[in-house]
Ligand binder design. Structure first.
Ligand code: ADP
Length: 628
């Protein structure tokens, strides 16, 4: 009804009566606006704070709390062309004897009964009664009220057909339209929510079905591309520091060029860098300029990349877990039409990126578990091998030693010659046992990482000489193959721990001699490998190694014949020890062979001393671990 006044053109009499000042306060702003339209505005209310009789922009009338008006609520509008009124009385609630009937129940539970009508005679009568109350409380307004009454009397006979409900109807239509629009919006958001949940569900079930990130990416990129009807959608794994990534998962709209197999530039793409740094989605609309203003920041647009792949608008959403960038979801718009990214789509992609993040972390955890399982299996194998080898290696020599010593002690008349044989057999086997225990302890120490490396500039030649003399002193019987060393004293110094280098060389030379006939040859050479390493090679003309065993020989306890059928002696730990030492010294060791009976070459690299260019040999190698 008030809207009718605001939308209308004539000057009606408006009378509003409120039960309490606070109900009036909620509406007060309307009466200020109505007062701009007409001078005949009267507002009545029972005062609570500062509501009083006043003539301001409109008339306010403070009636007594005991007045019957305190139980009523009225709104009356009468003009030359229309009339309307609302007359309400509050339904009485039960009041206990002695309790004031003026006490109002809480607003939500109050009930009214009354009428709302456009009947002119009713509205005029209501206005008349209310104006009488106005004069009663504010006699000074008698003249103004008479003017109002004239309006009522002059138009009392006007028929209802003169009422123009137009403005009111227009307002009503607008109100209903606004309601419909809100409903439509709500439906749209429910539909978007449903689509989002369906997508997220299908990706979540893909994650449940598989721990393979590739399979998950395949499902996610297809579903997402379809849901967004994107020209191009990409998902890839990456780290913030990656320079490029090879693309493997994509969904495309017809006519858009594929990026599969392409090396996708990340380091030079300022959009990627921005996302990696802020770990937030980036939505670049169609931007013809070279520089794009993102908040306060200016971001260089990768125009070359965009032109090459016909990208017009670009959306990037990071896959992040605990502040670590794990991957990226990209959506490209390639059409000529301008494109802006819808907020709900960004939300959808973010939800999917979260799921992908979870999948990647799960896959990573699974891979770690696999690794651990493999390590456990390797440990178990080692344990079994250890039991087997120690069972054989330790029990056999121990039995021999026992038999020899028993014979020596029980047969005092044993000929001197036999006595010597017994003693030397016992000693040889004791030495074999000592070596096995020694190797096993050395390997355990190396594998535990408790070794302190003493790195210093050293001449390699000295290490080779020490290893050779140690070998010769152990093989006094002269059954060794011919050994040649081609290690120039002019070679650059190595930055290494001499004792461990001698240990490695001794083991390699031992093996070369062990697996080569005395008529064969062993050669040790060294030469610079690139600018930073020296490469040492121990070659022999012996029994060689099958190509599929070139890596396995470095496994702990690997022996070609198997631990229990060995003829050459040794523990099967030598090369495993060498690999640990060389890795600890910062180099690499590997084996080469042309095949069975065609000789073997063992190569190892050691770092060249950084001081090499300034000074010449300053250190001598202290001795060999093998001899300790
Ligand atoms: P061990 O020599 O005590 O058996 P290693 O770890 O030193 O143990 O060597 C492991 C295995 O690798 C050997 O048993 C042998 O089968 C093979 N191997 C090592 N060096 C050579 C070589 N120079 N020529 C042929 N086979 C070799």
């Amino acid at each position: 009804m008030e809207d009718q006044v605001l939308a209308g053109v004539d000057q009606p009499v408006v009378i509003a009566s409120f039960q309490r000042e606070r109900f009036y306060r909620q509406e007060a702003h309307r009466y200020l606006r109505i007062a701009d339209r007409t001078e005949q505005v009267y507002v009545l209310a029972a005062p609570e704070t500062d509501f009083a009789n006043r003539s301001d922009r409109y008339e306010t009338i403070a009636f007594d709390k005991t007045d019957a008006l305190a139980q009523e609520w009225h709104l009356v509008v009468v003009s030359a062309h229309y009339a309307a009124c609302l007359i309400c009385r509050e339904r009485q609630v039960y009041t206990a004897p002695g309790e004031s009937s003026l006490h109002l129940p809480p607003d939500q539970s109050r009930r009214f009964e009354g009428i709302w009508t456009f009947e002119r005679s009713v509205a005029c009568k209501a206005a008349e009664l209310l104006l009488t109350k106005v004069v009663l409380y504010r006699p000074e307004l008698v003249d103004k009220v008479s003017a109002a009454q004239t309006v009522l009397v002059d138009n009392a006979q006007a028929s209802f057909s003169h009422v123009d409900p137009g403005p009111f109807a227009e307002r009503l239509v607008t109100y209903i339209q606004a309601g419909q629009y809100k409903l439509l919006k709500a439906y749209r958001s429910i539909a978007a929510q449903e689509q989002r949940e369906r997508l997220v569900n299908s990706i979540t079930s893909a994650i449940r079905r598989s721990l393979d990130p590739d399979e998950i990416f395949k499902v996610a990129v297809q579903e997402l591309g379809q849901a967004l009807d994107a020209c191009r959608c990409l998902i890839y794994r990456c780290r913030a520091t990656d320079v490029t990534v090879t693309l493997q998962h994509e969904s495309l709209n017809q006519g858009v060029e594929s990026l599969i197999g392409q090396r996708w530039n990340l380091a030079d793409n300022s959009l990627f860098q921005w996302v990696a740094q802020h770990q937030e989605p980036l939505c670049m609309p169609h931007t013809p300029a070279d520089v794009w203003l993102l908040g306060q920041e200016e971001v260089a647009v990768p125009t070359e990349q965009m032109q090459r792949w016909a990208i017009k608008a670009w959306l990037m959403v990071p896959v992040v877990h605990q502040n670590r960038l794990l991957g990226m979801v990209e959506v490209h718009h390639c059409g000529d039409t301008a494109h802006d990214w819808h907020e709900s789509n960004v939300g959808l992609i973010e939800a999917i990126a979260n799921q992908i993040g979870v999948a990647l972390i799960q896959a990573e955890a699974y891979a770690n578990l696999e690794d651990l399982n493999q390590q456990l299996a390797a440990l178990d194998r080692t344990r079994s091998n250890l039991i087997a080898i120690t069972g054989h290696e330790l029990r056999t020599p121990l039995s021999t030693i026992q038999v020899c010593l028993e014979s020596l002690s029980t047969e005092p008349d044993m000929p001197e010659e036999l006595r010597q044989v017994m003693l030397s057999t016992a000693l040889t086997d004791a030495e074999r046992m000592r070596k096995l225990i020694q190797d096993f302890l050395t390997l355990s120490q190396l594998e535990s990482g408790r070794i302190q490396w003493h790195l210093e500039p050293l001449p390699l030649q000295e290490c080779v000489d020490l290893a050779l003399s140690s070998l010769r002193s152990r093989q006094m019987d002269g059954t060794l193959p011919e050994i040649t060393a081609q290690v120039s004293p002019e070679l650059p110094l190595i930055q290494s721990d001499g004792e461990w280098v001698v240990e490695v060389l001794s083991k390699l030379l031992d093996n070369a001699c062990k697996f080569t006939e005395p008529t064969g040859k062993v050669l040790i050479q060294a030469q610079p490998n690139g600018g930073k390493m020296l490469e040492v090679t121990v070659s022999d003309t012996g029994r060689g190694i099958e190509s599929n065993r070139l890596e396995t020989v470095f496994d702990r306890f690997y022996q070609e014949e198997g631990a229990l059928r060995r003829s050459t002696g040794g523990t099967g730990l030598g090369l495993a020890i060498c690999r640990q030492i060389v890795a600890g010294l910062g180099g690499r060791i590997w084996a080469e062979s042309a095949g069975k009976d065609r000789g073997s070459q063992f190569h190892l690299t050691l770092p060249i001393s950084p001081s090499e260019k300034e000074e010449k040999p300053i250190k001598t190698v202290r001795g060999s671990k093998a001899r300790r």
